[in-house]
Design a protein around this ligand. Structure first.
Ligand SMILES: Nc1ncnc2c1ncn2[C@@H]1O[C@H](COP(=O)(O)OP(=O)(O)O)[C@@H](O)[C@H]1O
Ligand SMILES: [Mg+2]
Length: 411
């Protein structure tokens, strides 16, 4: 990694110094995307998340990072062959044939091939070699940096080390393909009542550790969504948002990786959700508290939100002034309630919430990073494709449903 970064820095500086002003940003963006691709592993994940936020990183960088969703350099045919040979005692003929042609797409963890089986098209997701070791090494590096950063006074009460640890564990769990199969099945079942959402069905008999075979979804095009008519985009995004809210507030089972390589809006108004590799099950308490907090946001009830937040904090320092904290949270919530997507910035809102906890000497609950990561990419899609959506109000029926599942409502 050090070598990759060290060799990239002079190139970046050269481009910054020599490229004509008008295409400097575009050239730098391409260089950064290349660097992230070469770093691979956990860095690819970070690049994919950034690419969902054209509003934050700008069109050039988001565009250049876009290919990291499904056009990462694929593994070689030989590597793919080794992966499937290790997965099956006898490699099914259809899979063997499929590996002779290049993959249809390649993500950070796997390459996906198109195979024929029993007269139908099948997507065969084969895990890249060595990916577990690379992720483990990256997570160790990021963990070390987090421990260093956590010593800075400004980060002292942010649960940075725990957050990095929890996210790292979930990232590492992506290598566990039998687990991903189970999660994909669960996601499909949970969204079965959403007629416009498509989650591919798994083919158990062609899946194993290192290989997942599933229904092939034709015509997936990451950049097609932007060109759809406005009403199709808006219907698609609304449908996606409702599905995500259902998963968040009712199931507490979160797809943390909703970037453009895993979510596709189609011309017929349906939305395809793929890749159950990076999912997180909230504890029942966290699901309830998160849902209650959202209910408070929708009502504009800042004090209620402050109470919920207080009930989730890990620890309160003796010198903490809880009343100041409650006043500040209430103020923030009231300022943010009722805003449509283009006027609400979840990233800034969350940073301010974390900062309020830190300044008021409270230790925040790290588990909430997962719904936040999920909402951050969702918000990127909403702002891009349906900026006038009332992101908060749209949540109301799902929040209500989520609240009815529990009798532990804090008053
Ligand atoms: N069932 C499928 N049908 C068609 N294409 C698929 C299917 N599943 C995945 N793909 C394509 O393969 C890409 C990589 O698959 P994905 O499961 O996202 O792998 P990774 O975990 O590496 O991100 C996706 O971005 C998508 O373009
Ligand atoms: Mg993916």
């Amino acid at each position: 990694m050090t070598v990759t970064v060290a060799s990239a820095v002079p190139r970046l500086l050269l481009v910054a110094a020599s490229a004509p002003r008008q295409d400097r940003r575009a050239r730098l963006s391409l260089e950064i995307a290349d660097l992230i691709e070469r770093l691979g592993g956990a860095f690819l994940k970070a690049g994919q998340l950034l690419a969902t936020r054209v509003d934050l990183v700008g069109a050039e960088l988001a565009g250049a990072l876009g290919r990291l969703h499904d056009k990462v350099k694929p593994m070689s045919a030989e590597q793919a062959r080794l992966t499937v040979s290790a997965a099956f005692e006898t490699v099914p003929v259809g899979i063997e044939v499929a590996l002779r042609t290049p993959p249809v797409a390649s993500g950070s963890i796997a390459c996906v091939y198109r195979a024929r089986y029993d007269g139908t098209d099948v997507a065969v997701k084969a895990r890249r070699p060595d990916v577990a070791r690379r992720f483990a090494a990256d997570i160790a590096i990021v963990g070390f940096l987090a421990r260093m950063a956590a010593r800075l006074p400004m980060l002292r009460r942010v649960p940075l080390v725990e957050i990095v640890h929890q996210v790292g564990m979930s990232l590492a769990a992506q290598m566990d393909f039998p687990r991903e199969v189970e999660h994909l099945r669960r996601l499909r079942d949970a969204l079965a009542d959403f007629p416009d959402i498509v989650v591919p069905a798994v083919l158990e008999e062609l899946s194993s550790d290192g290989v997942i075979s599933m229904e092939y979804i034709p015509g997936l095009d990451r950049s097609a969504a932007d060109g759809l008519p406005a009403e199709t985009k808006e219907a698609g995004v609304s449908c996606l948002v409702r599905a995500v809210y259902h998963m968040l507030f009712v199931q507490g089972f979160i797809h943390v990786d909703l970037h453009q390589g895993n979510v596709y809006l189609r011309a017929d108004g349906t939305v395809v959700i793929l890749d159950a590799g990076f999912m997180f099950q909230l504890s029942e308490t966290a699901r309830t508290r998160f849902t209650e907090f959202f209910a408070g946001m929708i009502r504009g009830d800042g004090e209620f939100c402050a109470d919920i937040l207080l009930s989730t904090v890990r620890r309160i320092e003796k010198s903490a002034d809880v009343s100041v904290f409650k006043r500040d949270v209430a103020d923030l919530v009231v300022r943010s309630t009722g805003a449509v997507a283009k006027d609400f910035e979840l990233a800034a809102f969350s940073v301010e919430l974390f900062d309020l906890q830190r300044r008021n000497r409270l230790f925040a609950e790290p588990e909430f990073v997962f719904p936040l990561l999920c909402l951050l990419s969702l918000e990127g899609a909403v702002r891009r494709l349906h900026p006038l959506m009332n992101f908060q109000l749209e949540a109301a029926p799902h929040v209500m449903h989520g609240l009815l599942l529990t009798d532990a409502i804090v008053t």
